[in-house]
Design a protein around this ligand. Structure first.
Ligand SMILES: NC(=O)c1ccc[n+]([C@@H]2O[C@H](COP(=O)([O-])OP(=O)(O)OC[C@H]3O[C@@H](n4cnc5c(N)ncnc54)[C@H](OP(=O)(O)O)[C@@H]3O)[C@@H](O)[C@H]2O)c1
Length: 272
């Protein structure tokens, strides 16, 4: 009888641990003396590198991604650093954003880092071919690259306000700059990043944001050297860790005068 009760208790405990909203990789408690960053799209690329570098710097890291069960590189990092918590988040899903923001409503978030973005696997996906554009794709681009970060800012605003640093930082792209973007195609990617730039610039000017002294920044990370770009003859190529450590330095030294602006990973201003 006693053993039977014990089994029921274990079963109830297991059900509690896998209840929705629990971090998928159960991590140690966050250190309340350390700053906290939340990163979207943290399972690969620039987002994963942000997690690696912030974790190594001793920050509490809320690392979000769409499919934690498949995020092997991120899980290995979380095994290495107890200050990383993995959470499931699809920025297209506003119900998911609201649920995660509710879960962290008492957690100060010093840097909300909107990194998740969608370029498309092929040139055609990024809305490249004038004369053969698939207009149905625009919705996916703008909802991922522009509306997603704005909704994140709205949902997590309370957590940002209660932090010490109060920063909302978003990875945009040089391709969102009307003055500096050139070359063929990518209508929808460029259009969505230009919309993102306007959204974040507008956000920085809101009374509520200025009153709360929240700083808003946009970044061009440069053209990251990876399998896709290694052999391209293009200017502005940069190794991922260099770009990310540059952006972290700019975020660390971000001043109120910089709020609402668009910066390279070096800290230089990018023209709109
Ligand atoms: N790489 C460059 O040269 C470059 C240049 C300029 C700007 N950027 C910008 O930098 C950011 C990161 O780029 P990257 O090079 O690291 O790209 P990447 O390797 O393609 O990674 C994109 C990340 O965004 C995530 N993502 C896409 N849609 C999402 C959604 N609906 N919800 C949550 N996460 C989503 C992806 O998750 P899944 O794995 O689930 O797809 C992935 O984690 C993007 O905003 C991109 O536009 C990159």
């Amino acid at each position: 009888m006693k053993r039977y009760h014990l089994r029921i208790r274990h079963l109830l405990l297991a059900l509690f641990l896998i209840a929705p909203g629990m971090p998928l990789a159960q991590a140690a408690e966050f250190d309340s003396d350390s700053p906290t960053v939340l990163v979207t799209g943290s399972n690969r690329g620039i987002g994963l590198e942000f997690v690696r570098q912030y974790a190594a710097l001793g920050w509490n890291v809320i690392a979000t991604c769409r499919r934690p069960a498949e995020a092997d590189a991120l899980s290995s990092l979380a095994d290495e650093y107890a200050n990383i918590r993995i959470e499931q988040l699809d920025v297209l899903r506003h119900d998911m954003i609201d649920a995660l923001a509710r879960k962290y409503r008492k957690q100060p978030i010093d840097v909300l880092l909107n990194n998740a973005g969608f370029f498309g696997d092929t040139l055609q996906l990024s809305g490249s071919f004038f004369g053969r554009l698939n207009y149905d794709l625009w919705d996916l681009y703008v909802r991922t690259n522009a509306i997603g970060p704005l909704k994140m800012a709205e949902a997590f605003f309370g957590s940002v306000v209660m932090s010490q640093q109060k920063k909302i930082m978003t990875v945009s792209s040089l391709q969102g700059s009307i003055e500096d973007s050139y070359g063929e195609g990518s209508f929808f990617y460029r259009g969505s990043k230009a919309a993102l730039n306007m959204f974040m610039h507008t956000l920085s000017g809101q009374n509520k944001v200025k009153k709360a002294e929240v700083l808003v920044g946009l970044f061009s990370p440069g053209l990251i050297i990876d399998d896709r770009t290694r052999n391209l003859r293009l200017d502005g190529k940069v190794e991922r860790p260099v770009s990310v450590s540059g952006m972290i330095e700019v975020i660390d030294n971000f001043t109120p005068e910089m709020s609402g602006g668009f910066y390279k990973y070096t800290g230089d201003t990018v023209p709109w």
